[in-house]
Design a protein around this ligand. Structure first.
Ligand SMILES: [Zn+2]
Ligand SMILES: [Zn+2]
Ligand SMILES: [Zn+2]
Ligand SMILES: [Zn+2]
Length: 155
């Protein structure tokens, strides 16, 4: 399960009688009417930016994500650090930015989504079957049923 290192951003209006706070981004004093408070620090609205795409985080909703000393927007955080889960075929992690195939509760790398007996790949619209958590093509699935002696009843 994905645990997000997320923090909320508050926008505060600066009271004219208080002494200006230093910005954690540029280290200058904040003399604007508004400032952002995040990670227990104060920021100019322009200084709290995503390290990847440079978007102003005070505007993109009001949550920031941080990891490895990077401050990131949700999209970049998920792209860099998010994981979708483990591939049910090779059991390696699937990063969130990768395309995945899903079957029931399982996720698969695109490359891993093939019949686990004959390696046939599936195209959109192809039939596949899940048996004992294995992906099977129709041929192998039906063959397996036949071997086990409970072929589908023809009505
Ligand atoms: Zn600043
Ligand atoms: Zn970003
Ligand atoms: Zn895989
Ligand atoms: Zn097959």
């Amino acid at each position: 399960q994905l645990i997000l290192d997320s923090y909320s951003i508050q926008m505060l209006s600066v009271q004219p009688d208080t002494k200006p706070k230093g910005c954690a981004g540029c280290n200058r004093k904040i003399k604007d009417r508004y400032l952002l408070k995040a990670l227990d620090k104060y920021w100019h609205e322009d200084c709290l930016k995503c390290a990847c795409c440079d978007c102003r985080l005070g505007e993109v909703g009001s949550t920031l994500y941080t990891k490895a000393n990077l401050i990131l927007c949700r999209r970049d955080y998920l792209r860099l650090f998010g994981v979708t889960g483990n591939c049910a075929a090779c059991s390696k992690l699937i990063p969130a930015f990768e395309m995945v195939m899903r079957a029931k509760d399982n996720v698969y790398h695109l490359d891993c989504f093939a019949c686990q007996l004959c390696n046939q790949r599936f195209c959109v619209g192809d039939k596949f079957f899940l048996k004992n958590n294995m992906i099977l093509c129709q041929t192998d699935y039906e063959e397996g049923l036949m071997k086990e002696g409970y072929a589908p009843q023809v009505r």
